[in-house]
Design a protein around this ligand. Structure first.
Ligand code: PEP
Ligand code: MN
Length: 277
């Protein structure tokens, strides 16, 4: 990883301080980031309900996919531009910055007009022209780990973005593909601890796509906090059973509220451990 000079915390004898990214009222890398919201923006009402609920529970960023990278061409593909408008209005009304995925170089500028953070999904981690475009835009980018990518490949993709002059990169571990089929992916928490030691960039964990199961979000979220992550990205839907995508893994607002209480307690517990040495 010697040539990853922008991403690594230590380069020869030069130590780069931890990256902090100011987005609205929060500073990612310092404040614990909780991104929450539905897998997809489905209607104005749905995203507004989700935004109000996640804000009340303590989330500090709103998510919602509008350009969806679906495995099947027959699945819901997202609302596109009108979805971006709904998401942005819900963010403004609740005071939450918003994040949404960009899948195509042609949409980078448009999405940058609406979103505070651009998400690069697992399927596009090695889409180098997309990485270069979001690098040029210079807005904060959340870079998900490719489902088949090594840690070094993941960091190399972050280097692509930074090499275009955009230092505002947040890494996101979202599970990798293994032989296991009981969960959607396998959450690689060792990667979180390892990357925190290697890089100065903030690392967020997405237990929703990592497990694909609502019942596993709580244990994985709390474990991710203990592994040292800088934040979580969690799918929350006003009524998950009616969701147009990823219904098995989305939490209800009530479940999310309970989870947030536990996350807050775990963060305090972790701080106490640190103080005791
Ligand atoms: C998402 O967060 O909406 C998503 C599609 O995630 P991933 O790229 O990790 O599958
Ligand atoms: Mn999803």
């Amino acid at each position: 990883m010697k040539d990853l000079k922008l991403v690594m915390a230590k380069n020869h004898d030069i130590i780069t301080p931890k990256t902090e990214i100011k987005i609205g009222n929060i500073t990612v890398g310092r404040d614990f980031l909780v991104i929450a919201g539905p897998c997809s923006v489905e209607s104005e009402e749905q995203i507004m309900k989700a935004a109000t609920a996640v804000k009340a529970a303590g989330a500090n960023m709103l998510r919602g996919g509008t350009y969806k990278p679906r495995t099947s061409p027959y699945s819901f593909q997202g609302l596109g531009r009108i979805g971006l408008q709904y998401l942005s209005v819900a963010g403004l009304k609740t005071g939450l910055p918003v994040i949404t995925e960009v899948t195509d170089t042609r949409d980078v500028y448009l999405i940058g007009e609406y979103a505070d953070v651009l998400q690069i999904g697992t399927r596009n981690m090695q889409n180098y022209s997309l990485l270069v475009e979001v690098g040029k835009l210079k807005k904060p980018v959340l870079l998900k780990r490719g489902m088949n990518a090594t840690i070094e490949e993941w960091l190399s993709s972050a280097e692509y973005i930074m090499n275009e002059g955009n230092p505002n990169v947040i890494l996101c571990e979202r599970g990798i593909r293994t032989f296991e089929t009981l969960t959607r992916n396998t959450l690689d928490l060792s990667a979180v601890a390892a990357v925190k030691g290697l890089s100065h960039l903030p690392v967020v964990v997405d237990p929703s796509h990592a497990t694909g199961r609502a019942d596993l979000i709580r244990p994985m979220s709390l474990s991710a906090v203990m592994a040292g992550c800088d934040g979580l990205e969690i799918e929350v839907h006003p009524s998950p059973e009616e969701a147009l995508s990823d219904k098995e893994q989305q939490l209800t607002p009530e479940q999310f509220h309970i989870l947030m209480e536990a996350v807050k307690k775990t963060l305090i517990f972790k701080e106490e451990l640190k103080e005791k040495g």
